[in-house]
Design a protein around this ligand. Sequence first.
Ligand SMILES: [Zn+2]
Length: 228
Amino acid sequence: MVAAAAAQVGPAVTWLPPVRRTLAPRLSGRGPRGGVALTFDDGPHPQATPAVLDVLDRLGWTATFFVLGTQVRRYPGVAAAVVGAGHEIALHGDEHRYLIGRSPRAARDDLRRAYDTVAALTGQPPLWWRPPYGVLSGPALATARGLNLVPILWSAWGRDWRAAATGTSVVGDLYRGDVDGGMLLLHDSDVTSDPGAWHATVAALPLLAERLDAAGLEVRTVGEHVRR
Ligand SMILES: [Zn+2]
């Protein structure tokens, strides 16, 4: 499962960053310098999400959670805790599946179902969408436009889905991407990661805080960071 996910992530990694930097800075989530948008994918998760929320609370940060509809329906109380703590909820998809290779109808239905799930949970329509593995498909993109969702990928990631990840490695990997004014991607779940890999994410957050504080960078939600 994880090896398959990594294999799918690979091609997206190799071709997307240059495309994003040159053609679509908006897709990569570039915002004003002086801060970063902090985002978490694949939740909610019954252990990982509360652990992440606890650290965010201690750090005084609000972040954006790109949730899966399947996980929201499985753990509605955890999803409600994310909203209750003042964080922003956005869409990752319903099932965590590669959109390419699915029928146009399946891709559209997946996004609509996730949208309805999150809208029902929060009482307000989600604004942002990040497709699984960062790979867009035409039908899903058209559906997203119809739902007034803006696609957002990332400019830096912590590679926190690996069993070998540590707090230090996650911060180091984030800093290999575009951090100042960038969109940071982490995971509050292990549904597509190595089991328990999220412990490294939790350990990384205070270390990330030291780096960001030293550079005078504030932490933002996607909504605070990117203009629609
Ligand atoms: Zn994901």
